[in-house]
Ligand binder design. Structure first.
Ligand code: FMN
Length: 191
């Protein structure tokens, strides 16, 4: 049976969208895996519920996650994603001072029940040369570093293989009701 992956992204200027598409392309290269790529504005709750692997990515803005991504997590928070694999990614400048969104995304995904299939990853950006950008590079004039799409396509294939080969499916966090049921099952039958 095909295993379903979903790549969800936030993107103001297109860089994170390109990385998300590359990740989905890589996932699709693994026979037995289907992958859909959706922006946070397009994705439906049915798609999130049906996917067994969900990758979520966003841009870094002011050293952290974007406000639209925060709102997205608030919107999807009502569902238990236990039993699903997750993966977080972001785009940011390749500098120790850049900040990032992927760590935050991974923490939010864990809190919702997702089990990371791999540690979060970043795709790097470089400001366009000042000569092309018409002065100091402004927002929207920051490109992906060369090779980033290729790197994330390869990463998608790696994640797809791991997804397919992982025999152990992530376990749902036990609710109190489940734990009580399990306990009562293990009690000796009344004599
Ligand atoms: C308002 C704004 C703030 C940004 N702040 C940061 C930042 O703090 N650190 C960083 O590395 N990049 C920062 N960037 C650059 C973006 O993270 C980068 O260009 C990213 O790839 C944009 O993704 P997008 O094209 O998907 O919107 C900022 C960009 C914008 C528009």
């Amino acid at each position: 049976m095909e295993r379903r992956a979903l790549v969800v992204f936030d993107s103001r200027w297109g860089n994170t969208a390109r990385i998300a598409e590359a990740l989905a392309r890589g996932l699709r290269q693994v026979p037995g895996v289907t992958a859909t790529c959706r922006s946070i504005a397009q994705v439906g709750s049915d798609e999130l519920e049906l996917a067994s692997l969900v990758a979520i990515g966003g841009p870094t803005e002011f050293f952290a996650e974007s406000s639209s991504l925060k709102r997205f997590f608030d919107r999807i928070g009502g569902f238990d994603y236990g039993g699903k694999f997750g993966f977080a990614f972001d785009t940011h400048v390749n500098s120790p001072l850049s900040g990032g969104a992927a760590g935050w995304i991974e923490r939010r995904m864990r809190a919702l029940g997702f089990q990371p299939i791999a540690p979060h990853r970043s795709a790097y950006t470089v400001p366009r040369p000042a000569s092309e950008a018409g002065g100091w590079a402004r927002a929207g004039q920051i490109d992906l570093s060369p090779g980033m799409e290729r790197e994330f396509e390869a990463l998608g294939t790696e994640l797809g293989r791991a997804f397919l080969e992982t025999r152990l499916h992530p376990t749902r966090a036990k609710s109190t009701a489940d734990a009580t049921r399990d306990e009562s099952r293990s009690l000796p039958a009344p004599s």
